[in-house]
Design a protein around this ligand. Sequence first.
Ligand SMILES: [Zn+2]
Length: 148
Amino acid sequence: MSEHCPECGALWRDGVTCADHFHQMLFWENEDSANWAVHHLTVLCYHLQHPSLYAPDGLEHATGLLIKFVDEGVDPRVLRVQMRDEVDSGKRQFKITATADAHDAYAHPVTWTMTTTDVVAGGIDRYIELVNAWARSMLADLRASGNL
Ligand SMILES: [Zn+2]
């Protein structure tokens, strides 16, 4: 029996969920250290396609990060330093973790071109290539849906 993810619409074959796919990806990053290069994109993309994981003001910050990584080519290590400065100076305004009665959602429904299912289907050998394609497709999908 197959069902679809209520958040991103991915097909869950044989009860294998998006969370299972996400854990598979993290496993591949541990298996081959070269795959760590896209870890920041994997975590960001997984959460962006499951927006209920974000507190109400978390999604806007996260889509901003996607633009920085994909469009501006910002190195995540550089960004981490910048973010640490913001946190240290007490400028951080947003909460990252959602609660049952306070979580985020997109203003407009999004049809995702790629999901966790597509990334995992490529296997460990195409992991970096497909995570990069996933991130680019997500930015395009967010723009096409009017959310950005
Ligand atoms: Zn999903």
